[in-house]
Design a protein around this ligand. Structure first.
Ligand SMILES: [Zn+2]
Length: 77
């Protein structure tokens, strides 16, 4: 089963390709207070879906107005 981006559903390419494209393997969900083991693509990173938290040393999804709404509405593939 191919893995895909946690946000835009882009399919995870081969690992070397994924690294080149800036994918990350997991991120911290600050609202749910859990580590989410889903990859995130470079495009979603550059859109600010998750940001690098220097203090944590991890990528973090920061609470926005209502992230559940964003997730529920989904993004067309
Ligand atoms: Zn994405």
């Amino acid at each position: 089963m191919p893995d895909c981006c946690a946000f835009c559903r882009a399919e995870l390419p081969d690992i070397p390709e994924a690294i080149d494209a800036g994918w990350i393997p997991s991120y911290w969900d600050a609202q749910k207070d859990v580590e989410v083991y889903r990859p995130v693509c470079g495009q979603c990173l550059s859109r600010g879906e998750v940001i690098f938290n220097d203090q944590m040393g991890d990528y973090e999804r920061i609470p926005v107005n209502d992230p559940t709404l964003v997730l529920a509405s989904g993004v067309p593939v």
